[in-house]
Design a protein around this ligand. Structure first.
Ligand SMILES: NC(=O)c1ccc[n+]([C@@H]2O[C@H](COP(=O)([O-])OP(=O)(O)OC[C@H]3O[C@@H](n4cnc5c(N)ncnc54)[C@H](OP(=O)(O)O)[C@@H]3O)[C@@H](O)[C@H]2O)c1
Length: 175
C-alpha cells in the first residue's frame, strides 16, 4: 500500500498495515521523517519533494505492478501520481484534500487499470469499536507528536499548518 505523508492518518494506516502484514511505501517531504516511519515499519520511503514524479518510483518499489491500495489524503495535488502508482484492479481510497479538492480525473488509466476510486468519510460505530478492540489487543501506540493544553489551541493549529509534526497533535481539554 501507499501512504502519502507522515501525518496522523498515514501513520495510523502504517501501523494497521503492519499489524496485518502488509507492505507499506511511505512518502514524505522530509528524509528525517522517512527514517522515523521506517523505524515504525515502513518498507520503503520516498521523498516527494525531491521526486515530484514519484508514481513511477512507487511502482518500481512495489516490484513493477504498482500498489494495491493508495490511502489518498492529499487530493488534487497528488491524484495523478496516485493513479500512476496504483496497480491493475487496485483501489485509491480518497479521504482528504489538503492539496486541493478539485482534481482532474484522467479516465484512460482509470478504465485500463480498472481502478476503484473509493470515497471514505469516517466509519460506523461498529468499525470504530473493532478498531479500538484491535488497538487494545495489540498494544498499538498511537504516534502523538505533541500534546497541547486547551489554552494552546492557537499554537497547535499553527503547528498543524506548518506541517512540521509527525503523527497526531493532541489537545488535552483538562490542561
Ligand atoms: N475522510 C475521513 O474520514 C478523514 C478522517 C481523518 C482525516 N481526514 C482528512 O485526511 C487528511 C489528512 O489528515 P491528517 O490528520 O493525517 O493530516 P496531517 O496530520 O496534517 O498530515 C498531513 C501530511 O500530509 C503530507 N503532505 C502534504 N502535502 C503533501 C503532498 N503534496 N504529497 C504528499 N504528502 C503531502 C505532509 O507529510 P510530510 O510532513 O511527511 O511531508 C503532512 O504532514 C486531512 O485532509 C483530513 O481532513 C479524513
Amino acid at each position: 500500500m501507499l501512504l502519502l505523508g507522515t501525518g496522523g492518518v498515514s501513520l495510523f494506516a502504517l501501523q494497521f498495515a503492519k499489524l496485518r502484514g502488509a507492505r507499506a511505501i511511505m512518502l514524505s517531504s522530509s528524509d528525517a521523517k522517512l527514517e522515523r516511519a521506517k523505524a515504525l515499519g515502513a518498507d520503503v520511503g520516498i521523498n516527494y519533494a525531491k521526486h515530484p514524479q514519484w508514481g513511477a518510483l512507487v511502482r518500481e518499489a512495489s516490484g513493477g505492478a504498482g500498489v494495491e491500495l493508495v490511502v489518498e489524503t492529499i487530493g488534487a495535488a497528488t491524484f495523478a501520481q496516485s493513479l500512476e502508482a496504483v496497480r491493475m484492479h487496485g483501489m485509491i481510497a480518497v479521504l482528504g484534500w489538503i492539496g486541493g479538492s478539485e482534481a482532474t480525473l484522467p479516465l484512460t488509466p482509470v478504465v485500463l487499470k480498472r481502478v476503484r476510486v473509493q470515497g471514505i468519510s469516517v466509519a460506523s460505530l461498529e468499525a470504530h469499536e473493532q478498531m479500538v478492540a484491535a488497538i487494545e489487543a495489540t498494544g498499538l501506540e498511537p504516534v502523538i507528536d505533541h500534546v497541547y493544553g486547551f489554552g494552546q489551541l492557537r499554537e497547535a493549529f499553527e503547528q498543524l499548518v506548518a506541517g512540521r509534526h509527525f503523527g497526531k497533535l493532541a489537545i488535552d481539554f483538562s490542561a
